[in-house]
Design a protein around this ligand. Structure first.
Ligand code: PLP
Length: 420
């Protein structure tokens, strides 16, 4: 069997793994106690489970409440436990922000800054390619509270964006690369436009964790589904919102407390543990993913591979400019001569790719991305049957052999149909 990672051009391979390798040392070091004096410390933090926090006096309790913006202050279990605060510090450091708030899911992380930054009568520019449930939150909840929403094409130019803006625009919400269609957005330009409008740029940076500094690029707030690569084992649902400024921190922290956003200490602990190995997992998964993507690109069934590190991906030049590596999640658009049913049968025939929601664990997954996806603007995933692959820690040559069997079968079905 050939080692397919070895067939990836060296410069391309380096461009997808460099950021993960660079991150590894920090992931080992961040957020850990060091031994002092004669005492010893465990490598990992303890888990404290708790609701009530006791104080020596009413005055001390009152003072603690006023220190709710301090990163380590204990007030009440719903406002964070020690391991939650530790995870918050680690995420803030990885994202390059000043403070982070841990929330119980990635979707809660998407919703919290929208709730914090928008009021009735405000206008929100939402990227057309955001995660589906974020779009539904905007449609079903924000609109009900009088917020106006306009969807913008993910690769809209500065003038196109300004033409969609209103005097009431308070938020530009981006997700890069886009959900399912993988457009890499120009965050620098979006940040400039947001400042011009006196609005905030919120970025869902789940795909790019550790590979970009969203704040240096112009974001005010960065959102993470920690459920994905940080937790990394398909066993935890958790999210984070990171901010750069103290004013945004006060707003976000207060909204989190007012809406009861917190996460259980066990989930925080599992996520901290997952983060320790995220660099090495991703170095391997990103290398296998680019090998699989290149192999798919060489197949006659495939029209277009939507992997941000390849020129065939919309917005590739933004990836090249801004990212220090790539994740192991990418899309494929098939030749329109194949039907959606051909693609479904091919997916069902795969043995090493799980069929299921989410991604970021150690196992490979596949999902169709045609049908059932709301878009206002034209999307590349509408050019032919399309699917999304998440590449895990399996051997690349076995994944490729599985896909080869699946695609051979798909072509045979089509030939039989054409001949019939
Ligand atoms: C998965 C995901 C979310 C939601 O995360 P959950 O923890 O599943 O709620 C949000 N944004 C992106 C980009 C995601 O991939």
């Amino acid at each position: 069997m050939t080692d397919h990672a070895a067939t990836v051009p060296a410069a391309l391979l380096e461009s997808v793994v460099r950021g993960w390798r660079d991150l590894s040392t920090r992931l080992v070091q961040l957020g850990r106690d060091r031994p002092e004096g004669d005492g010893g410390v465990f490598v990992n933090p303890p888990i404290t489970r708790g609701s009530t926090v006791l104080f020596a006096s009413l005055e001390a309790m009152d003072a603690a409440g006023h220190r709710r913006y301090d990163d380590e202050q204990l007030i009440y279990g719903a406002m964070g436990t020690p391991v939650q605060h530790l995870l918050e510090q680690v995420i803030a450091a990885i994202e390059g922000g000043a403070h982070a708030q841990i929330v119980p899911s990635g979707l809660a992380a998407c919703a919290l800054p929208l709730l914090a930054c928008l009021a009735a009568g405000d206008h929100c520019l939402l990227s057309d390619t955001v995660y589906g449930p974020t779009r539904r939150f905007a449609e079903k909840v924000l609109r009900r509270f009088g917020v106006e929403i306009t969807y913008f094409p993910p690769l809209a130019s500065e003038s196109e964006l300004l033409a969609l803006a209103r005097p009431t625009t308070r938020v530009i919400y981006a997700e890069s690369p886009g959900s399912h269609s993988f457009e890499v957005q120009d965050l620098r330009m979006l940040g400039r436009v947001a400042r011009q409008l006196d609005a905030r740029l919120i970025v869902d940076n789940t795909w790019g964790i550790g590979l970009i500094d969203p704040f240096a690029l112009g974001a005010h707030i960065s959102v993470q589904a920690l459920t994905k690569y940080p937790a990394g084992h398909s066993d935890t649902i958790i999210g984070a919102v990171t901010v750069a400024s103290d004013a945004d921190w006060r707003l976000l922290r207060d909204t989190a407390i007012q809406s009861g956003q917190t996460a259980g200490p066990d989930d925080c602990w599992l996520t901290l543990r997952g983060l320790r190995t995220m660099g090495v997992r991703q170095e391997r998964q990103a290398a296998t993913a680019i090998a699989v993507a290149l192999w798919l690109q060489s197949r006659p069934e495939v029209a277009r591979v939507l992997h941000p590190a390849l020129p065939s991906c919309p917005g590739h030049e933004n990836w090249k400019r801004d990212f220090t590596g790539a994740s192991s999640l990418f899309g494929v658009v098939f030749d329109p001569a194949f039907t959606g049913a051909d693609l479904m049968a091919m997916i069902d025939s795969l043995t090493l790719f799980g069929i299921g929601a989410s991604w970021g664990g150690y196992e490979s997954l596949v999902l169709p991305t045609t049908g059932g996806i709301s878009r206002t603007c034209q999307s590349v995933t509408q050019d032919g049957p399309a699917c999304r692959f998440h590449i895990g820690l399996e051997a690349g040559e076995l994944l490729i052999a599985d896909l080869a069997r699946g695609l051979d079968g798909m072509s045979a079905t089509r030939r039989a149909r054409a001949g019939a």
